[in-house]
Design a protein around this ligand. Structure first.
Ligand SMILES: Nc1ncnc2c1ncn2[C@@H]1O[C@H](COP(=O)(O)OP(=O)(O)OP(=O)(O)O)[C@@H](O)[C@H]1O
Ligand SMILES: [Mg+2]
Length: 412
C-alpha cells in the first residue's frame, strides 16, 4: 500500500499514531496534577520499563497534559557523568517562562530568575578545586550563559552543595506556580543515568517539597532498575515515589495500536493478520510499530492478511537487527559481547529474555564471577543490561537474547 500514507512510527521517542493501552497511567497523572495543584500530599511519579516500551512517549504525553492545565513544564534527559545543575536550570527556566504570562507580578518572576541564574552559574563547592583545572572551569563558566536577562542573586540556591541548592530552587519555583494557582512538573528521562550525588539531591528536594505541599513534582522515566538506583542513594526513596511499570501492550491494546491508525486511512486487518503481528511483536510497542510499518508497505491492498505479515516480517527483522539491536550491540567491547552472548545462551530460547544468574554465566565461561564484574558493570553503565535482583542480570532490550542467538559467533 502507499508508503506515503504509512502511519506507523518506529523510532526512539517517536509519537505513535495511536497511544494505545496507557489510559490508566494518564488518568493517574491527571489526578496527581489536580491534587498537587490543590496542595494535597502527592508522590512524584516514576515510569520504569525496558527499552522501546514507550516511556519517552508517555513522558511527553504527560507533559502535554500538564501544559494543557497551564502548568509550567521542563524536561531533561540525564546522561552518565553529567551534572544535573545546568539541565535543571534550563528546564526550570522553560517552566517558569510558560507560567510568566499568567503571573500578575512580574517582579516575583524576576526574583526567581535571578535565583535561578545564581544556581546555574554556581560550580560545585569544594571537590576538585585544583588551581589549574579550576581556572579552566572558570573560563568555561564565563563562556556559558544561561540566557537569563536579570542579574544573579546571591545567598540562595548558590551554596555549591547540590542538595541544599535544589531544595531552595525547587521551593522558589513552586512558589511562583502557587501564585498562578497551578504547578511545575519537571520531567527527567533516562533517570537511571543520574550520578548518585544528583539522585540523592533530587530525592532530598522531592522529600522536602512533599512535606510542605509545594506544587512541584518530578516525573521520571528509566530502566527497570531505577528503583534500585534510587534506594541505593536514599533509603526513603521507595516511599517518596510512585512507581509505574510500563510494559508491553496486551493483545487488545496492540491491536488498537495497529487498527486505529489504519482505519483512519480506510485500511483493515484480517484477524489472522493481527494474530501474526502479535506473535511477531510480543506486544512491545517498538516492534508493533516496526512490524506494522513493514507490513503496510508490503501489503498490496486492504484487508491486510496473515500472508502479507509473513512476507513483510523478514524486512522488519532486518531493520530491527540494524537499527534497534545492532546499534546497541556495537557499543559493547569484545569482552562485553562475549558476556552478553553467554547470557543469551544461558537464558535459553524459552526463558523470554528473563533474568539470568551471574554465577551461571561465570560457570558457562569457566571464569571466576569476580573477574567478570568489569564487563557486567560496563554493560550496566551502557544501559544494555540491568540487575533487578542481586546476583542476576537481564537485557534492557526486549528480544535481545533471541537476536544474539541468531547472530554468527565469529564477529566477537
Ligand atoms: N502506547 C503506545 N502505543 C503504540 N505505540 C507506542 C506506544 N508507546 C510507544 N510506542 C512506540 O514505540 C516506540 C518506542 O517508544 P519510546 O521511544 O517512547 O520508548 P522508550 O521506552 O522511551 O525506549 P528507550 O528505553 O529506548 O528510550 C516508538 O516508535 C513509539 O511510537
Ligand atoms: Mg526513551
Amino acid at each position: 500500500m502507499d508508503p506515503i500514507r504509512n502511519p506507523y512510527a518506529p523510532g526512539a521517542g517517536q509519537r505513535p499514531p495511536e497511544l494505545a493501552g496507557r489510559d490508566r497511567e494518564l488518568e493517574v497523572f491527571e489526578v496527581v496534577l489536580e491534587r498537587v495543584a490543590r496542595g494535597r500530599p502527592e508522590r512524584s511519579l516514576l515510569l520504569t520499563g525496558l527499552r522501546g516500551v514507550g516511556k519517552t512517549v508517555l513522558l511527553n504525553t504527560m507533559r502535554s497534559q500538564a501544559i494543557s492545565r497551564l502548568w509550567g513544564t521542563g524536561k531533561i534527559e540525564a546522561r552518565p557523568d553529567q551534572s544535573l545543575r545546568r539541565p535543571v536550570a534550563a528546564a526550570l527556566h522553560m517552566a517558569v517562562r510558560e507560567l510568566a504570562p499568567h503571573h500578575r507580578a512580574p517582579v516575583r518572576v524576576e526574583e526567581f530568575l535571578s535565583v535561578l541564574k545564581a544556581f546555574a552559574l554556581r560550580s560545585p563547592a569544594g571537590g576538585a578545586g585544583v588551581a589549574g583545572r579550576a581556572g579552566v572551569r572558570a573560563k568555561l563558566r564565563d563562556r556559558w550563559q544561561p540566557g537569563i536577562d536579570v542579574p544573579a542573586a546571591s545567598g540562595r540556591a548558590d551554596s555549591g552543595d547540590i542538595e541544599i541548592d535544589l531544595v531552595e530552587l525547587f521551593t522558589d519555583a513552586a512558589s511562583v506556580a502557587t501564585d498562578v494557582g497551578t504547578g511545575i512538573a519537571l520531567f527527567i528521562d533516562e533517570m537511571q543515568d543520574l550520578t548518585s550525588e544528583d539522585v540523592s539531591a533530587l530525592c532530598a528536594a522531592c522529600h522536602e517539597l512533599s512535606q510542605t505541599g509545594s506544587p512541584l513534582i518530578v516525573v521520571g522515566a528509566g530502566l527497570p532498575h531505577l528503583p534500585a538506583v534510587l534506594s541505593a542513594s536514599k533509603s526513603y526513596s521507595e516511599r517518596l515515589f510512585r512507581y509505574q511499570r510500563i510494559d508491553r501492550l496486551d493483545r487488545i491494546a496492540a491491536d488498537q495500536a495497529l487498527c486505529a491508525p489504519a482505519a483512519r486511512e480506510g485500511v483493515e486487518y484480517q484477524a489472522k493478520a493481527l494474530d501474526a503481528l502479535y506473535e511477531a511483536s510480543g506486544g512491545y510497542p517498538y516492534f508493533v510499530q516496526a512490524y506494522g510499518k513493514a507490513t503496510w508497505d508490503h501489503a498490496p491492498a486492504s484487508p491486510v492478511t496473515a500472508a502479507d505479515v509473513r512476507v513483510a516480517a523478514p524486512e522488519a527483522e532486518a531493520e530491527l537487527a540494524v537499527g534497534f539491536f545492532g546499534s546497541r550491540y556495537e557499543r559493547a567491547t569484545p569482552a562485553e559481547r562475549e558476556y552478553m552472548r553467554t547470557m543469551a545462551d544461558v537464558g535459553g530460547a524459552d526463558a523470554a529474555d528473563g533474568a539470568v544468574a551471574t554465577a551461571e554465566i561465570a560457570k558457562s565461561l569457566g571464569r571466576k564471577p569476580a573477574s567478570l564484574s568489569p564487563a557486567r558493570d560496563a554493560l550496566i553503565k551502557k544501559g544494555l543490561i540491568y540487575s533487578g535482583e542481586r546476583g542476576t542480570v537481564a537485557f534492557t532490550v526486549p528480544h535481545f537474547g533471541r537476536y544474539l542467538r541468531t547472530q554468527p559467533a565469529a564477529d566477537g
